[in-house]
Design a binder for this molecule. Structure first.
Ligand code: C5P
Length: 399
């Protein structure tokens, strides 16, 4: 299955480093060619001899290879690999990768590698939960790296929770999946609307919502990884996708979003409407800041264009459109009604009734309704995995 694949495994200092030995064995058994890099602290946990014996290759650790002062070319190592996997990934190396530090062979290879990068964090409970760790992992995802989430269970500290490095068998599955995935969307142009809109009623105030654009970002990265060219139109959000195939246009209001989306839609093969468009905008926008007053302030709101619906009306044969629905009651019925009303090919219903789903979370639980009346419900998953599921369904639509 992995015959001929060149895999560069980078091992950090963590008690989970012992799992690297099992992982190398599995990779070699599957026919992969494996080279290993170790940080100096990884050698406190497992010997280079173990990993070089199992990988049948020398292990790299320093920029200087031997007593003759032979140099290890980090660029060459990065170019050699079809896939770089950092497993286990320590909080320390994660921090360096997220911030472009390059003070050892592993981080220099990471910065110079052109191949996809997968990371498998292993940390103690509180380290894994720390906002810095979460932020750094988000940054890596934003760079297009694949993060294999840590697993739940007993930790070396005796604590119990999420932080264990994924089991070697699970890592192997992730690697196999990665190579199975071809550039299935190569040549496709995909329009994605994402994030909230802000509807101003004076120069400093607006009506908005809590959308963070995380779902849109995950979908954009998944599309780009499958070879598509992405037109990403985003409202004001903090975290944006970062990939050469993703062109980002920033908008603030629904009207700006509509204008940009209309233009991009003419060229699009697929449009995915993840934006949480504010349905009404203030009729008037004051030129200067509205002064605080004793009386009530009354705003008249007028409806915004429904972008998905308007574009649904001008949809050409062969164009595919996907919407999202967030419902509080009669979820399935309302989602299906929107699918029809907006002339969508499929609609993704976010379950608001499930903890961990919807706005601002890194996870989501969705049901996808298709035009042919079929529906598929998924478990609570990371938004990256939801994006992959969505694209798998989309690629297999009967049209
Ligand atoms: O009608 P509702 O707002 O629930 O529909 C949600 C779907 O429609 C989402 O895909 C959203 O991006 C899209 N939408 C839109 N323009 C609007 C409102 C919603 O494109 N004004």
């Amino acid at each position: 299955m992995l015959a001929g694949k060149k895999i560069l495994l980078a091992v950090c200092g963590s008690i989970a480093a012992y799992k690297a030995a099992f992982f190398v064995r599995l990779l070699v058994k599957e026919g992969a060619e494996v080279k290993v890099i170790m940080t100096s602290s990884a050698k406190d946990f497992i010997t280079p001899l173990t990993l070089s014996t199992l990988s049948k290759n020398p292990v790299y650790s320093e920029f200087i290879k031997n007593s003759q002062g032979e140099w290890v070319n980090h660029v060459e190592l990065g170019l050699w690999a079809d896939l770089l996997i950092v497993a286990p990934l320590s909080a320390n190396t994660l921090g360096k990768m997220a911030n472009g530090l390059s003070d050892n062979l592993l981080t220099a290879v990471y910065l110079s590698a052109r191949c996809p990068v997968m990371v498998s964090p292993a940390m103690d409970l509180d380290m894994y939960q720390h906002p810095t760790t979460k932020e750094n992992l988000r940054k890596l995802t934003g760079f297009g790296n694949i993060v294999i989430e840590a697993e739940d269970g007993e930790l070396a500290s005796g604590l119990h929770g999420v932080g264990r490095m994924a089991e070697p068998e699970h890592l192997l599955e992730a690697v196999q999946d990665h190579f199975k995935k071809k550039e299935t969307l190569k040549g496709k142009r995909i329009l994605i609307t994402s994030g909230p809109t802000h509807e101003a009623f004076d120069p400093v105030r607006f009506i908005g919502n809590h959308s963070t654009g995380k779902m849109g970002r995950s979908i954009a990265l998944a599309c780009a990884k499958r070879g598509a060219i992405v037109d990403f139109i985003s409202g004001p959000v903090q975290h944006l996708p970062d990939h050469p195939a993703i062109k980002i246009q920033h908008i603030t209001s629904a009207e700006e979003l509509f204008k940009a989306a209309k233009e991009s839609f003419t060229e699009a093969d697929i449009a995915i409407f993840t934006a949480a468009v504010v349905d009404y905008r203030p009729k008037e926008k004051a030129q200067s800041k509205i002064k605080k007053q004793k009386e009530n302030l009354e705003l008249t709101l007028v409806p915004n264009p429904d972008i998905a619906m308007e574009l649904g009306k001008v949809k050409k044969n062969g164009q595919v459109t996907v919407g999202f629905a967030l419902e509080t009651d009669n979820e399935a019925e309302n989602a299906q009604a929107k699918l029809k009303k907006k002339n969508l090919d499929m609609i993704v219903l976010n379950s608001l009734n499930h903890e961990g789903a919807g706005f601002s979370h890194d996870t989501n639980k969705v049901t996808i309704f298709k035009k042919d009346n079929n529906q598929i419900s998924f478990e609570l998953k990371t938004k990256d995995q939801v994006a992959e599921d969505l694209l798998d369904v989309l690629e297999n639509l009967d049209r």
